[in-house]
Design a protein around this ligand. Structure first.
Ligand code: FDA
Length: 305
């Protein structure tokens, strides 16, 4: 049953009509459980509260699979504005961006132009920009964009997904860049030809990737709510004398709040991925696919604005 629900929500996450309707009819249907607000000002208030609890943030202006140049430019502008606001308000936050939101599906020239503008502002304000990883069809292009830009800008990180067979060799390929990597399991609907179909393999691969990157001495972000992955990391860093400044746990806004606080109290670095904006539908459906238990929150949200 869980598998069927997962496939159903992943199917919905990609439906453009539903995405458009959701954007038009605004911020509802439980979105506030996982999304910090429709506007930057609301998100900024949420960041302040998280910072106050000892947690850092990475802020994501929601949006993906953009097909109009004008929209990709508007999203670029919004991310640049976000970086400036982070600096102006003295928030402890980075930003995360999706390449399809910056125009990757429109043209290479456009996405590179937009990313260079963002990274220039990131450099001026000393804010790290992390490239989220999207579906497998866009993985190679995303890695190439990262490699090109990383030669020009230092404050750039990337996400790698443990469900893909290719990721161990991708990590080896990126090694010369000494990258700041967020490791996650992967949230898109992928075929068995490119991704491990069984959770145990995805989990084992995630542990392997985390260990490889820590051993190489590079900054490692563990993007997971899974107790087993978190315990593995804690044990691994203890056994290998990895300093705490070399890694952090990252979780999504609204997920496992007690665990977030527990890790902070134990002295670990914790960063929360805070999405905001009106384009919440695809993001929310992927959260439901990961954990159908979250449906309860959404059903409650049906009656709230
Ligand atoms: P998973 O969903 O596999 O759950 C494993 C176990 O953890 C569960 O069985 C349960 O025991 C426990 N658990 C999980 N959630 C729980 C909850 N809410 N309450 C109680 N227990 C819970 N994906 C992607 O493809 N590209 C990207 O760029 C990103 N970026 C990203 C950033 C950050 C900061 C995070 C945390 C995640 C992403 N992801 C992502 C999403 C990621 O790929 C993945 O889909 C989700 O994190 C779910 O996988 P988990 O490792 O969290 O646990």
């Amino acid at each position: 049953m869980e598998k069927v629900l997962r496939q159903f929500f992943l199917f919905l996450s990609n439906n453009s009509l539903l995405k458009t309707l959701a954007k038009r009819y605004g911020f509802q249907f439980g979105a506030s459980r996982f999304v910090a607000g429709s506007e930057l000002s609301y998100a900024a208030e949420n960041i302040r509260q998280l910072n106050h609890k000892g947690m850092a943030v990475t802020l994501d202006h929601l949006g993906e699979y953009v097909t109009e140049e004008e929209e990709a430019r508007a999203r670029t502008y919004e991310t640049m504005k976000t970086i400036k606001v982070i600096d102006k308000l003295g928030l402890d936050s980075q930003v995360s961006v999706k390449m399809t939101s910056m125009g990757m599906d429109i043209s290479e020239k456009l996405v590179m132009e937009n990313m260079r503008q963002i990274l220039e502002v990131g450099k001026q304000h000393q804010v790290l920009v992390t490239i989220d990883m999207e579906d497998h069809a866009r993985c190679e292009k995303t890695l190439t964009i990262f490699e090109t830009l990383k030669r020009e800008y230092d404050l750039l990180g990337i996400v790698l997904q443990s469900y893909l067979y290719r990721t161990v060799s991708d990590l080896e390929r990126l090694e010369p860049y000494q990258p700041n990597v967020r490791f996650v399991k992967g949230a898109y609907k992928e075929s068995e030809e490119v991704a491990y179909p069984h959770k145990t393999d995805v989990d084992e691969n995630l542990k392997k990737l985390i260990a490889m990157h820590l051993d190489n001495g590079h900054f490692t972000a563990i993007g997971s709510h899974d107790d087993a992955i978190i315990e593995f990391t804690k044990q691994y860093v203890d056994e290998h004398n990895i300093p705490r400044y070399q890694f952090e746990f990252q979780m999504l806004y609204g997920m496992r709040l007690e665990l977030q606080e527990k890790l902070v109290n134990e002295g670990y670095n914790v960063r929360i991925y805070v999405p905001y904006g009106r384009d919440w539908f695809g993001y929310n459906m992927r959260r439901l696919a990961e954990r159908p238990a979250n449906v309860a929150f959404v059903l409650k949200g049906l009656f709230k604005k």
